[in-house]
Design a protein around this ligand. Structure first.
Ligand code: GLN
Length: 488
């Protein structure tokens, strides 16, 4: 079986009867058995449950004429382990939730089920999605399918590695500051962060509620558009989801990019960018020009404040969101002589060090006396960053940047130095602060060792269709997306 096939091609083979979902899912489960122990991309796979869903898809295809038009009928999808799926573990890679089982479905999960998908496994992540390398997981690090000494990125590193290694045909991740796009870049797949409000967050364990979005990781742009079509749309259970009809995101794929104006933010092409990344991205820019796009330089002058702003806002929100994990309502408990001791022992034992660091920092920036100096100031800078983007988008349709300044770093290289780790998010976090949409897609390789390089495109809020159209045009004019890591 060729595991480098796209979700759309597998679905077509299923709907025309060339393949059964049971056979397909069995192939993937067998591959998980052989490849996953070394990768640790999936931290829970329920074989029987997966096969039962596959058989149900086969039965629907055989007996229900409408089943053929279900966009994900019979294809295996992995979920980041911070998205609720009834009856399945929901650990967020945290000790505090190590034995927690989801009692309900996230809205995206309900939509995937309605679309016929086989929900095959839980993907590893940095604890509560806090991190850039999947090293902050209580379930152990995930390895990069292109080179096991390297991290897969994070926090959706398990989802990206699973897609890249062909353990599933697509996956969902969550992106608060780059956690879909950055691991997609490091693992050589496509990762899309939808605009804030496009996809319901109901059933996603909240990290930073004003920044979090769920989105697809996929083998190519068409697959990403197909998954987005399924999960997008208003949900009355999430008051921040926009009451607006989602268009057909795949409808414009194949249209050319002639006359499309693409902006290169000059602040993203300065020092710190590794030469191989710079040259791969410059080659991609030339490719867009040869396809007829018009490329101009733009400025996002507040870029240098983005990392600091993000880490104040996300930690503030995290400190509030994670208050619910108190040993009373969810997860594990360590008893104490009174409630205060119970809370502190439970939280002390259950959370990892990065999560504790962020709760402490977030509590500090929200505390009286520091609120104005840090949190309020960060919100003001957030507005300035948003205005930078609004100005740039007056001149251009899309922005093009590297996704990350470097290819995947080594396991352990930055884990002792949180600031170095935070700085790797420099190109992805503004998109979350602003709330617009962004995608990472493969645009080359670093050579020694061979590791993927990603290109980021960002669009205005709710202009995913245009973003995907441009990404598709580039992708189809190159063959980077067809590369596949050499795994056993
Ligand atoms: N790396 C960023 C962080 O550590 C982004 C995480 C995310 O997008 N979930 O917060």
């Amino acid at each position: 079986m060729d595991f480098n096939q796209t979700l759309c091609s597998l679905r077509d083979q299923l709907t025309c009867g060339d393949l059964s979902s049971e056979a397909l899912v069995t192939h993937y489960l067998d591959r998980v058995d052989t490849v996953n122990p070394a990768l640790n991309a999936l931290i829970h796979v329920d074989r029987e449950h997966s096969l039962a869903q596959a058989r149900a898809a086969d039965q629907a295809l055989a007996s229900d004429p409408d089943a053929k038009s279900k966009p994900l009928i019979g294809v295996p999808i992995a979920l980041k382990d911070n998205i609720a799926h009834t009856g399945q573990p929901l650990t967020c890679a945290s000790g505090i939730l190590s034995s927690f089982v989801a009692p309900y479905d996230a809205t995206v999960v309900k939509k995937l089920k309605d679309a016929g998908a086989v929900l095959m496994g839980r993907a590893n992540l940095d604890e509560f999605a806090m991190g850039s390398s999947t090293e902050n997981s209580s379930r152990g690090v995930t390895h990069n399918p292109w080179h096991a000494d390297h991290i897969p990125g994070g926090s959706s590193g398990g989802s990206a590695a699973a897609v890249s290694a062909g353990l599933c045909s697509g996956a969902l991740g969550s992106d608060t500051g780059g956690s879909i796009r950055q691991p997609a870049s490091f693992c050589g797949c496509v990762g899309l962060k939808p605009s804030y409000g496009r996809v319901s967050r109901y059933g996603l364990t909240a990290f930073a509620s004003s920044l979090d979005q769920i989105g697809p990781l996929a083998r190519d742009v068409r697959d990403a558009a197909t998954i987005l079509n399924v999960i997008a749309g208003h949900d009355e259970r999430d008051s921040t989801s926009v009451p607006q009809e989602a268009p057909d995101f795949a409808a414009h794929l194949g249209q050319d990019v002639k006359g499309l104006r693409i902006g290169l933010p000059k602040e993203y092409f300065v020092g710190g960018l590794e030469p191989e990344v710079k040259s791969a991205v410059e080659t991609a820019v030339a490719q867009f020009e040869s396809l007829g796009a018009e490329v101009v330089e733009v400025s996002l002058p507040h870029t240098e404040y983005a990392v600091a702003t993000y880490y104040i806002i996300c930690t503030a929100e995290a400190s509030a969101n994670l208050a619910r994990f108190d040993g009373i309502r969810y997860g594990s408990r360590v008893d104490g002589k009174d409630p205060v001791e119970l809370y502190s022992k439970t939280r002390g034992a259950g959370f990892g060090s990065e999560v504790k660091r962020r709760i402490i920092l977030g509590t500090y920036v929200l505390s009286s006396g520091y609120y104005d100096a840090y949190y309020l100031r960060a919100q003001k800078v957030r507005t300035l960053i948003r205005q930078d983007f609004e100005k740039a988008f007056e001149k251009v349709d899309l922005l093009l940047t590297p996704t990350v300044p470097s290819p995947a770093f080594k396991v352990g290289e930055k884990s002792m130095d949180p600031l170095q780790m935070y700085l790797t998010d420099i190109f992805t976090i503004s998109c979350n602060l602003v709330g617009n949409c962004g995608i990472s897609l493969p645009c080359g390789f670093a050579q020694t060792p061979k590791l993927p390089i990603g290109l980021q495109l960002m669009g205005k809020s709710f202009e995913e269709a245009k973003l995907l159209q441009a990404a598709y045009a580039y992708e189809q004019s190159t063959d980077w997306h067809q590369a596949f890591p050499a795994l056993s």
